[in-house]
Design a protein around this ligand. Structure first.
Ligand code: 15L
Length: 273
């Protein structure tokens, strides 16, 4: 009998937030890891590409999230709101949505989640501080607070049920740094994919918190507590140094976004109607 057997590690891998900035980058790059990538977003994703299935889903819709997670082996959770906003939409997508996601993860026996957390969980540390995964959280807004909730919720599910999660406190993952701050927080796309690979395939991760940056010259984050992931960034923001010469005009030294690691996020909130 001529039966082709798949050699990919997962049968079905779920990518939430597939229509977002990073989701769009990841959509094709994660295909080698699964026979089927289930891509999801609240907004239209267009037709399914080869090796994909598309499932639109509002994370605040419990029933929809239950269906979304059914049958998947692992999840890359990039869905939800990814910038500062009013509390209400953040509460729906990032808090209620995450609660539903983990309820579904537990119900369907999903073994591992990779959670797109953010450096804004610790954005109110100073740019002179070095932060590691065990230091107290210092969120810089409602968005950062919602990511703190995600880190704590996933910790609870690990302690209670053994569900493994890697929380990646993503710095700034764009084609290139957009300002001097991002020279420190920059995460190159290839490095992001490598960090996801390490997060999905390291045999035991328990509940791990790691910072997602490239090998940049200046560092605010000490990643030694996640060294078991074996992540070795290959890129560095140094190749963009010419874009931010020392002679360029800099913000005043008493400017809050300059003092704190969260940059512009530290003064973006709170937002009220
Ligand atoms: C984030 O968490 C955001 O999702 C992203 O849009 C960037 O603004 C990034 O932080 C950053 O701090 O640069």
């Amino acid at each position: 009998m001529n039966q082709t057997k798949s050699s990919k590690p997962f049968k079905r891998l779920l990518l939430t937030g597939a229509g977002g900035g990073l989701g769009q980058v990841l959509r094709d790059r994660i295909k080698p890891w699964a026979d089927v990538v289930r891509v999801s977003d609240i907004k239209d994703l267009g037709p399914a590409r080869e090796g994909e299935e598309v499932m639109l889903c509002d994370l605040a819709d419990r029933g929809a999230v239950m269906k979304l997670v059914e049958g998947v082996d692992a999840i890359l959770h990039f869905g939800g709101i990814s910038v500062e906003d009013r509390f209400e939409p953040i509460m729906q997508a990032n808090i209620l949505g995450l609660h539903y996601l983990y309820e579904a993860v537990h119900k369907h026996g999903v073994k591992r989640v990779v959670y797109a957390s953010s450096s804004h969980t610790v954005g109110f540390y100073k740019t002179t501080d070095i932060v590691d995964a065990d230091m107290p959280l210092r969120p810089d807004g409602f968005y950062g607070l919602s990511k703190c909730f995600g880190e704590a919720l996933s910790r609870y599910y690990y302690d209670r049920f053994g569900t493994e999660t890697v929380c990646i406190r993503i710095g700034s993952s764009f084609p290139e740094p957009r300002n001097p701050r991002m020279m420190v927080t920059y995460l190159d796309y290839d490095d992001l994919v490598e960090l996801l690979r390490c997060s999905l395939f390291t045999p035991r991760v328990g509940h791990t918190i790691t910072f997602g940056t490239s090998d940049n010259a200046t560092r605010w984050w000490d990643n030694r507590k996640a060294s078991h992931l074996g992540y070795v960034p290959k890129s560095s923001s140094s190749r963009f140094a010419a874009n931010f010469p020392d002679t360029a005009e800099r913000p005043a030294p008493d400017d809050l976004p300059t003092i704190y690691q969260g940059g512009p996020f530290v003064t973006a909130g709170p937002m009220y109607e």
